[in-house]
Design a protein around this ligand. Structure first.
Ligand code: WQD
Length: 335
C-alpha cells in the first residue's frame, strides 16, 4: 500500500484530500502544526473513512524535525498544502509568508532528493495570473508578478519545484486552484475559518446563520454584467479528487514531463450577486448584504479554461455550484 504524506492535512482542502486518498486505498500520514486548523479534524476524518490517518504535529519551519520525520518514514509521495494563505495578511507580514511558504518547501524538496522520493503535488493558485487579459484562463496565460506576497510565494514555489525537478530528478505537478468552496456531504469536515472569515462563502453562511450581522459585497462597479466580481467556485471534493488523479499520473509514470501545471476549476464564472442569489435559493433564506467599496487587491474576473486538466489528467469537476453552496450551508448548520 502506497504511503502518502499530506502536509496541512487537517486544513480545509487537505482534510478533504485525505478522505479521498483513504477512499482510494492509500495509507496516509499527516503533518500539520495546527496553526490554521483544529485537532478535532483528525477524528472527523476518521469518522468518515473509519481509518485513522497517522498524524505528526510538526512545524515544517523546523528543519531538524523535518529531517527526523523522513529518517523514520518511508514515503511514496507528498501532497503539500501546508502554507499561510491569507492575501491581506501577506501584505502586512511578507516575511512570515516567505519563511512559512518558501523555506518549508525547500526543506521538503531537500528531503525528497535525499530519500529519492519523486512524486510531489503542489498546492498552487490562480492568483499567480493576477488579472489575466485572457478569459477563461489557460495554463499558458502569463504568470504576472503576483499582486501579493502570498501570490508571490506560489509563483516562486512553482519555480523552485520546476528547477528541483530538472536538477534533482523529482517529478511534480502544480495544481492552480480557483476558488474552493463547500464541504464533504457528511458535514463532518468543511471550511473552518479561524476568526472573521476572509473568503466569501464562509462569510455568507455565517451571515445566514446569524453569526455575522451583514455581508459586505466588495465592489458593485466592476466591468461585469451585474457590477460585482466574477470567480470560478469549485466544490472542494472535486478539487480533492483532482489531487488523487494528479498523484496517480506521477505514480504510474503517465506524466509527459518532469514538471506539469494544471488549472483546477469548473470553467464557469459566477459573480458575487449570482452566488448570493443561488445561496438564497438553496437555503431558502434572504441574505442581509450591502454593496460597499472594492477590496484592495481584488481582480475583476478569473475563471479557468479546464481543457488541459480534462484532456491530459482525465479529470473534470462534476459538482454544481448549487451542490457546493448546499454542502457549505449544511456544514455551517452542523457547527
Ligand atoms: C471572492 C469574491 C471578493 C469576501 C482568495 C485568494 C486565493 C484563494 C481563495 C488561497 C471576491 C468577494 C469576499 C467578502 C466579498 N486563497 N468578497 N465579500 O479573493 O477570489 O481568492 O481566496 O488559496 O488564492 O486570492 O476569494 O473568497 O476572498 O473572494 O464581496 O466578505 O468575493 O471581493 O470578488 P479570492 P474570496
Amino acid at each position: 500500500m502506497k504511503r502518502i504524506l499530506v502536509t496541512g492535512g487537517l486544513g480545509f482542502i487537505g482534510s478533504h484530500t485525505v478522505v479521498e486518498l483513504q477512499n482510494s486505498g492509500y495509507d496516509v500520514v499527516i503533518i500539520d502544526n495546527l496553526s490554521n486548523s483544529k485537532i478535532e479534524v483528525l477524528d472527523n476524518i476518521t469518522s468518515i473513512t473509519e481509518k485513522k490517518p497517522d498524524y505528526h504535529n510538526i512545524d515544517l519551519r523546523n528543519k531538524k524535525d523535518v529531517q527526523h520525520f523522513f529518517q523514520q518514514e518511508k514515503i511514496d509521495g507528498i501532497i503539500h498544502f501546508a502554507a499561510s494563505k491569507a492575501v491581506g495578511e501577506s501584505v502586512e507580514q511578507p516575511l512570515k509568508y516567505y519563511e512559512n511558504n518558501i523555506t518549508t518547501l525547500v526543506y521538503l524538496l531537500q528531503e525528497m532528493k535525499k530519500h529519492k522520493i519523486s512524486n510531489f503535488i503542489f498546492s498552487s493558485s490562480c492568483t499567480v495570473y493576477g488579472q489575466s487579459d485572457e478569459l477563461p484562463i489557460t495554463e499558458k496565460a502569463p504568470v504576472k508578478s503576483a499582486e501579493s506576497p502570498y501570490g508571490n510565494t506560489k509563483q516562486i514555489g512553482e519555480e523552485i519545484i520546476q528547477e528541483s525537478c530538472k536538477a534533482d530528478g523529482l517529478t511534480a505537478i502544480s495544481l492552480r486552484y480557483f476558488n474552493p468552496i463547500g464541504a464533504h456531504e457528511s458535514a463532518k469536515i468543511g471550511e473552518l475559518p479561524l476568526g472573521v472569515p476572509q473568503n466569501l462563502i464562509p462569510f455568507v453562511t455565517q451571515t445566514a446563520a446569524g453569526i455575522r450581522e451583514q455581508l459586505s459585497v466588495f465592489g458593485g462597479d466592476y466591468p461585469t454584467p451585474d457590477g460585482t466580481a466574477i470567480r470560478d467556485y469549485i466544490h472542494v471534493v472535486d478539487l480533492a479528487q483532482a489531487h488523487i488523479v494528479a498523484l496517480e499520473r506521477l505514480i504510474n509514470n503517465k506524466n509527459k514531463s518532469d514538471y506539469e501545471v494544471y488549472n483546477v476549476g469548473t470553467g464557469k464564472g459566477s459573480s458575487v450577486l449570482e452566488v448570493i442569489q443561488v445561496f438564497e435559493k438553496i437555503s431558502n433564506t434572504s441574505l442581509n448584504y450591502k454593496i460597499v467599496d472594492r477590496r484592495e487587491g481584488d481582480i475583476t474576473a478569473a475563471y479557468a479554461n479546464t481543457t488541459l486538466a480534462n484532456k491530459e489528467l482525465g479529470w473534470k469537476a462534476k459538482k454544481s455550484i448549487e451542490e457546493a453552496l448546499s454542502s457549505a450551508w449544511k456544514w455551517q448548520q452542523n457547527q
